[in-house]
Design a protein around this ligand. Sequence first.
Ligand SMILES: [Fe+2]
Length: 190
Amino acid sequence: MSTHLDAEENISAPPMKCDPMSFHELVDCLESQSTPPTLEQLNIWLANARISREDLRAYTGFKEGNYWRHRVFRNDSVEMLVLCWRPGHKTPIHDHNGSHGSVRVHEGVLWETIFVFDEDKGLSYRQGRECPVGEVTGADVPDIHQLGNPEISGQDLITIHIYAPPLGVLNTYKVGSAVIDLYTPNDFPA
Ligand SMILES: [Fe+2]
C-alpha cells in the first residue's frame, strides 16, 4: 500500500507523523503547529522530507566572514531556517536556551562539536563528528554544541534547521571558562 499523501485528496487530513513530505508540505505542516513539536517529531519530519536544491533556491545565499541564516518560516511554536556556510564558517559555542532543534545536511559536510559544562571547571570538549549529506542530527534542550563547515572541506555547506519553540537569545560559552554570555542571532537579510 502506498503511503503517498495526495494534497488535494487529503486536504482536510494532516499528514501522518512519518509520511514523507515535500518541502512545501513540510512548511505547511509546520505552519499548522499550535504547540512546539517534540525533537523526535522534528527529526522524523526532516529525515523523511523530499527537498531539492530548487526548493531552497530562495533561501540560498552566501556571504564572506560568517554563515548566512535564511528564515523560511516562523510562528510561536516552531521555526525553519536554511543556513549557508562557506568553508571556515562556524557558530559560536552555544545552547538553544530552552528550544530543541533538528538539522539536516543538504549539501556539503557539517562538523558538529559537543561540549560539557561544569560550574567549577567551566566548559570542556567532549566529542566531534562529521555529518554527511542527508544526515539529520538533533540537539536537545541542555546540549551545548558548535556547528560549522570545516576550513579544509573545500566546498560550501547548506543545512536545514527546525527549532521548537523558535530560537530567542542563545547562551554562548568558551572552552575553559565558566562565563556564559548571551547572543542574539540577527543577520537576516532585510
Ligand atoms: Fe545549535
